[in-house]
Write a protein that binds this ligand. Structure first.
Ligand SMILES: Cc1ncc(COP(=O)(O)O)c(C=O)c1O
Length: 390
């Protein structure tokens, strides 16, 4: 559950859109608040001492890549080929000469081939994760499984595999990657998960050689990772939270210390009043991600309102009987999990200059590529075109 203090701290006037803007805006709509995003970026940079390689799967759009670049960030993480292509294009378009993108996902097959093509067309240093001596022409980070059991070589056998990978890749070897996203499974708060994470980091350090970059930590593990004496003493250690840029209900609970502000909301409207104490908003699971549990959002300015089980386009909300909003009433919803929520939107309204300027931005790295090469028109050579490009 969201801490009471956090829900109560969010004020409608900090998020409300002017009436003229609301009149033009269909709902549900993703709204990005640029001033809050910049403040979050500054806080994470200050807390990490610049040792931050943000994962851009959270923000997925040029508009926010630009804010990170303006703040001096040059090293990034992403997951999909589409994110890699979009981010590299943004770095190239700005003439960034020291851009560095780690595709933090152990891609195979046509996805890996796509990344190799992207590498040929960019001046960005592009790396991928490997967990064995998979042949690739790209630079590589060795992925270690720290106990999350999702990807990477198990720590117990990592030393032997890593030696093979170092031999196979030579100067293309960049470092060691350890994503500890299971931190919240190790305890309820930082004081509980930190001792467990420190044991993982101690083991991880045994794999590191001079010149390696060591990449750890998403949002919950960030402060523990930055506090670990061995990691602190390395020449090149980065942490890689991404959610921190936009923050959300989960982020508020996992990293309360930084005072980050929710900076991406879903603007919604009351569309029905089905019972005395329930109103329904037009933001179901096709606008607000529901993967991270209940409630999937909270309503800015109304901490006592309780979002109930959503359906595809509906979000029923329990409200006090004497305060039922009318149909059409605007609602500002903080997602529990902002990253997949952003991915659901094609475009977002970007509010800038503390609410004085508004623009529509494209979430241009959302979703996934279908084909390795978008110019392919025939899927089986020699056969009739399997599809036609419009
Ligand atoms: C490999 C990897 N690195 C970094 C992150 C960023 O973590 P967070 O979403 O907690 O900020 C993620 C999140 O899924 C991830 O999978």
């Amino acid at each position: 559950m969201l801490r009471r203090g956090v829900v109560h701290r969010l004020a409608t006037q900090d998020y409300a859109l002017p009436l003229e803007v609301q009149e033009a805006l269909c709902s549900p709509a993703l709204v990005l608040y640029a001033t809050k995003i910049r403040r979050n970026i500054d806080k994470v940079l200050a807390a990490s001492g610049g040792r931050w390689r943000p994962h851009i799967k959270t923000v997925k759009c040029d508009a926010v890549f630009g804010m990170l670049l303006d703040a001096g960030v040059r090293r990034f993480k992403c997951a999909t080929p589409r994110e890699a292509r979009t981010l590299c294009a943004a770095l190239d378009a700005r003439g960034v000469v020291d851009g560095d993108v780690l595709v933090a996902f152990p891609h195979v097959g046509p996805n890996l081939a796509t990344l190799e093509e992207i590498r040929k067309a960019t001046s960005v240093r592009l790396s991928v994760l490997v967990e064995d001596a998979t042949p690739t022409s790209l630079d590589v980070f060795f992925d270690v499984n720290p106990g999350m059991d999702r990807s990477g070589a198990p720590l117990s056998i990592a030393a032997d595999v890593l030696a093979d990978v170092r031999r196979a890749t030579g100067p293309r070897f960049r470092g060691v990657h350890c994503y500890d996203g299971h931190a919240t499974r190790l305890g309820n708060s930082r004081s509980e998960w930190e001792p467990e994470l420190f044991k993982v980091y101690d083991d991880l350090l045994r794999l590191v050689e001079p010149g390696d970059e060591v990449v750890t930590a998403g949002t919950p593990a960030m402060l523990s990772s930055l506090a670990h004496p061995g990691l602190r003493s390395l020449d090149d250690h980065t942490v890689s939270p991404g959610t921190v840029v936009l923050s959300d209900m989960n982020c508020e609970e996992q990293l309360p210390e930084l005072g980050l502000e929710p900076a991406a909301l879903v603007f919604s409207r009351v569309i029905s009043r089905p019972t005395e104490d329930v109103v329904t908003a037009d933001a179901g699971v096709k606008a607000l991600a529901a993967d991270a549990g209940h409630p999937m959002a909270c309503v800015v300015g109304h901490p006592e309102w309780v979002p109930l089980k959503p359906s595809e386009e509906h979000l029923p909300i329990r409200v006090p009987t004497d305060a039922r909003p009318h149909r059409g009433h605007p609602l500002y919803l903080v997602p529990r999990h902002v990253c997949p929520t952003v991915n659901l939107a094609e475009n977002a309204l970007l509010v800038d200059n503390d609410g004085d300027s508004f623009s529509v931005v494209n979430i241009n790295a959302r979703a996934h590529d279908l084909l390795r090469d978008p110019k392919i028109t025939t899927l089986i050579p020699g056969h009739a075109p399997a599809y036609t490009v419009p």
